[in-house]
Design a protein around this ligand. Structure first.
Ligand SMILES: Cc1ncc(COP(=O)(O)O)c(C=O)c1O
Length: 379
């Protein structure tokens, strides 16, 4: 059969998680917590399931949830989004990213993506008939080289995808980055797809520079957020997209035929929880910063070298003092022979530089981090 995605295999997250399971390794690869979501939220989900909120909710998401989202966006980013015309609930950030790309990118359009890039962007662009233009982030701190972006923008450029805080590096974009992006896209038909699923994981007093804070940029942007990340419930696949009314109208045309809507009882539960416990999201930076600090302290005397992550729940480490294997091989070795699974960086690149970096996920119980660190410190 002729494949529409001939170069796409199984995502590295599934590959490494499966390998971790097969070899009984501690899984610091795929990004999901091994602790549970807040008990009150679980209670609310059970309540609404038993309350028979089990039929199709509205295509755009239930009003109670969109109202809470709009209130949160106003509180955090100072932007009064219109809950009816600018907020759409989706089945995961993954769906929102896909919908935004399908809604805007046509055959032959170019989409700028920064490598290492989250691996759902490329296939979404390919299925829309678009062309992915890969621009590598500058090492060692994974910054965007705006001169390169300026060189690559042309009449065919339709979208630029940014991701802050950045998976896998933990880098965060600055206000200056956002100003430059606004300047480079001004007076052009270029949309910004801003993947902000780690919005609440910014450390050391840093600020999450959402596109929604930026008056000019938000007028051309789809901003994507994920409840899965915020509420430690990645398996629920509930998320949302905030975009101007005209963009949202096109976005919804796709959304209604991709999933149409998302589980009703979870929407009701999250709407209540957001109203009852706004402090959950506000406490997340400190919660995850403590996890980062624990993990960094535990591996401080290992032969891995690292700079503490600035955001997300991932920590990059350099293993060059331990092995000269290529990253994918070293990740396999670590999983199969040593019992700790990690994610190599090369699958996030079109043309991977020679890298000796691995990504560890620290959204785990301290006991898991301790068990992993014991092994890592012996390498
Ligand atoms: C950068 C990035 N974007 C999007 C997603 C997808 O989020 P969701 O699980 O809500 O689909 C992830 C999940 O790991 C991610 O890391």
């Amino acid at each position: 059969m002729r494949s529409k995605l001939p170069d796409i295999g199984t995502t590295i997250f599934t590959v490494m998680s499966r390998m971790a399971q097969e070899y009984g390794a501690i899984n610091l690869s795929q990004g999901f917590p091994d602790f549970d979501c807040p008990p009150r939220l679980r209670e609310l989900v059970s309540f609404y399931l038993n309350d028979r909120k089990n039929q199709y909710p509205p295509m755009t998401g239930i009003p109670q949830l969109r109202e809470q989202i709009a209130a949160k966006v106003l509180d955090l980013y100072g932007f009064a989004a219109d809950m009816d015309q600018e907020v759409t609930v989706t089945s995961g950030g993954t769906e929102a990213l896909f919908d935004a790309i399908q809604a805007t990118v046509s055959r032959g359009d170019e989409v700028i993506v920064f490598d290492p890039a989250y691996d759902s962007y490329g296939p979404g662009i390919a299925l829309a008939g678009g062309v992915t233009v890969h621009i590598p982030l500058s090492l060692p701190d994974f910054r965007i080289d705006w001169n390169l972006v300026k060189e690559r923008i042309n009449e065919r450029t339709r979208m630029i995808i940014i991701n802050t805080p950045h998976n896998p590096s933990g880098a965060i974009m600055s206000r200056q980055d956002m100003d430059t992006l606004a300047e480079l896209t001004r007076n052009r038909e270029i949309y910004v797809l801003s993947d902000e699923v780690y919005e609440h994981m910014v450390f050391d007093g840093g600020v999450h520079e959402s596109v929604l804070r930026h008056e000019e940029l938000r007028q051309r942007s789809f901003a994507v957020f994920s409840f899965g990340k915020t509420y430690h419930a990645t398996g629920w696949k509930l998320a949302y997209c905030v975009a101007p009314a005209a963009l949202t109208a096109e976005f919804r045309k796709v959304h209604q035929f991709v999933t149409f809507t998302s589980p009703s009882f979870i929407q009701y539960a999250i709407a209540d929880f957001m109203r009852e416990c706004p402090e959950h999201a506000k406490e997340l930076p400190a919660f995850y910063q403590a996890k980062r600090d624990t993990f960094c302290r535990l591996i401080k005397d290992s032969r891995f070298t690292f700079t503490p992550s600035r955001g997300t729940y991932f920590q990059l480490v350099d293993y060059s003092a331990i092995s000269s294997l290529p990253d994918a091989e070293f990740a396999n070795h670590l999983t199969q022979k040593k019992g700790v699974a990690a994610i190599p960086l090369s699958p996030f690149y079109e043309k991977a530089p020679k890298s000796t970096l691995l990504r560890f996920c620290f959204c785990k119980d301290d006991s898991t981090l301790e068990a992993a660190a014991q092994i890592l410190c012996k390498l």
